[in-house]
Design a protein around this ligand. Structure first.
Ligand SMILES: *Cc1c(COP(=O)(O)O)cnc(C)c1O
Length: 458
């Protein structure tokens, strides 16, 4: 008999989970104003809010924690991390930051000015936040195929070169800060970008004199998809693919909380010294001295190991096969999700499940609340609440997709947990026709409202 697939690691430490009753969850959800971010984590049985900073570290990483160097300047752990980033991504200049959005804040302080245009593939919410906060405009140039959740396209994160060129032709070069390539593309479903597309975007951008920046949170998962789906690279190692990817980037921002396999951290990579030097000043102002930037020495040491582990095929295969396992269960149950299944999460199509709920009542958020009530599972809305209001007209923006994201933490849950999640979602799906009313906002913040929004039943 052929041997089945099994995980490429074993468990050395466990953390108990708390169960609850539906009645308890009803009360807790109401108390949390129907915002899943406001729930206490011990009220959650399986937490799929995010894969950010929620992963489990390896024994090698914990060992590195013990040998971290906490020197203010020139720490050994800083140099280990800097050298690892150079070896894996090829950046000569490097700044640590406390997380990904801090990297954006520092880099954009140099690169983005009021009135600028920043094209990219479905900018991540904090990325867009940092752009709009500077009174600049993010322009989504993702390929149209990305918005059809049933279409099986291998690289739905790709940028549409025509859309991008239209932006480049429409504005003077000085007005375009950079082109952002998000790998994998979080907002359009954890979908990868091909090396071919990276090459094309880079060539087009060079033609117009525009720098290219990779928003790199899930760069290793992107590389795994390239190995599987892009013929020319099928025999390359993940590390070779990653090195190739970064040939076509001038800058990178990184949220180490994802493919860095650590709970906190970030960094910026630069190819040119001038931008690096300018960014140093902002790093010192916002983050800390240039050799720690908001990170403890031990955390930089664990991140250096994490970057190495995240770019190993066996780890990535275990990781992505678990996400696929959940997706395949849901496919079996007929629950509409986005295809192909992304690298870090399952995206459930709330427009298809709850068409009876008016879109003004936030279908994906409503589905998220229902799934929590059903099984104590916490997902997150990627829909109209996240899309926020137009900064000029202040009207609600209704994106083409209303998705409930179930993000799978790295190396944390087992496939029994995946079975439980699939069954709970099937139960919600089976009673979808009874769900006719959604939620209304009672309070919201002026920017990035999804974290703190308060809602009530419509
Ligand atoms: C998480 C993420 C960020 C922001 O990183 P934080 O570490 O959460 O601040 C930026 N871009 C993408 C694509 C991300 O997934």
């Amino acid at each position: 008999m052929e041997l089945p697939f099994s995980e490429s690691y074993k468990i050395k430490m466990i953390e108990p989970l708390k169960r609850s009753t539906r009645e308890q969850r009803e009360a807790w959800m109401k108390e949390a104003k129907y915002n899943l971010f406001k729930l206490k984590s011990d009220k959650v049985f399986i937490d799929l809010l995010t894969d950010s900073g929620t992963g489990a570290m390896s024994d090698r990483q914990w060992a590195a924690i013990m040998t971290g160097d906490e020197s203010y300047a020139g720490a050994r752990s800083f140099h280990e991390l800097k050298d690892t980033v150079k070896r894996i991504m090829g950046f000569d200049y490097f700044l640590p930051t406390h997380q990904g959005r801090a990297a954006e804040n520092v880099l954009f302080s140099v690169m983005v000015k009021e009135g600028d245009i920043v094209p990219g593939n479905s900018h991540f919410d904090t990325t867009k936040g940092h752009i709009e906060f500077r009174k600049a405009t993010a322009v989504d140039c993702t390929i149209d195929e990305a918005f059809d959740t049933t279409l099986n396209h291998p690289f739905k994160g790709n940028l549409d070169l025509e859309k991008l060129e239209k932006v480049y032709k429409g504005y003077p070069k000085e007005k375009i800060s950079c082109c952002i390539v998000t790998v994998t593309c979080n907002s359009s479903g954890g979908q990868p970008v091909s090396i071919q597309n990276m090459k094309d975007v880079y060539a087009l951008s060079k033609k117009y004199g525009i720098p290219v920046m990779y928003d790199s949170a899930r760069f290793a998962e992107n590389a795994y998809f390239i190995k599987l789906r892009e013929e020319a690279y099928k025999d390359w190692t993940i590390k070779e693919i990653v090195a190739e990817m970064y040939k076509y980037a001038d800058y990178a921002t990184m949220s180490s909380k994802k493919d860095g396999l650590v709970n906190m951290g970030g960094f910026i990579g630069f190819k040119d010294e001038e931008t690096y030097r300018k960014a140093c000043t902002f790093n010192i102002m916002f983050e800390g001295f240039v050799t720690y930037g908001g990170m403890a020495g031990r955390d930089m040491a664990a991140l250096a190991v994490g970057l190495d582990e995240a770019t190993e095929f066996d780890y990535l295969e275990t990781r992505i096969k678990q996400v696929e396992y959940l997706g395949e269960k849901l496919r079996e149950y007929g629950v509409p999700i986005q295809y192909p299944i992304g690298g870090h999460a399952i995206f459930v199509d709330a427009n298809k499940i709850l068409p009876n709920v008016p879109k003004e009542q936030f279908r994906a958020q409503t589905l998220g609340v229902e799934l929590y009530l059903e099984g104590g599972i916490r997902g997150v809305e990627i829909g109209a609440i996240l899309a926020d209001r137009d900064p000029v007209t202040r009207e609600n923006r209704y994106p083409k997709l209303e998705l409930l994201r179930l993000a799978i933490p790295r190396r944390v849950y087992t496939n029994n947990h995946m079975d439980y999640i699939a069954a709970a979602l099937k139960n919600v799906y089976d009673r979808r026709d009874q769900i006719k009313a959604g939620l209304e906002i009672t309070w919201e913040a002026p920017i990035m409202r999804h974290f703190t929004v308060e809602l009530k039943k419509a």
